[in-house]
Design a protein around this ligand. Structure first.
Ligand SMILES: [Zn+2]
Length: 105
């Protein structure tokens, strides 16, 4: 099947905490898995959280000009489900730290 999706080796797992740009309804997202220590963050209500995944929509990623530190984080959440979601692209075979990996679905 030529249209079968190719997924990356590294995928978020059920209950993995994620932080995101706030545009979860966008049609394309970029997923980043941090290596080593999780990202620590503080919510507007003063509570703290940790996440190993950062998700940015395509618009925010382009605005950030390829630098994760420029992505404005507007929310956090929990990944639901263990089905693979992140697809491979021509130039990225897997999810790397600081490596772009567009999600096409
Ligand atoms: Zn966004």
């Amino acid at each position: 099947m030529s249209d079968e999706k190719q997924y990356t080796e590294v995928q978020p797992k059920h209950n993995d905490p994620i932080i995101h740009c706030g545009h979860l309804g966008a049609s394309n997202h970029h997923f980043f898995k941090v290596s080593g220590e999780p990202i620590k963050f503080c919510r507007p209500d003063g509570t703290f959280g940790k996440a190993e995944w950062l998700v940015a929509c395509n618009v925010c990623w382009e605005k950030a000009k390829g630098d994760l530190r420029n992505i404005r984080i507007c929310g956090d959440g929990t990944w639901i489900g263990d089905e693979p979601a992140i697809t491979k692209t021509e130039d990225t075979g897997r999810v790397y730290e600081n490596k772009i990996d567009p999600l096409a679905n």
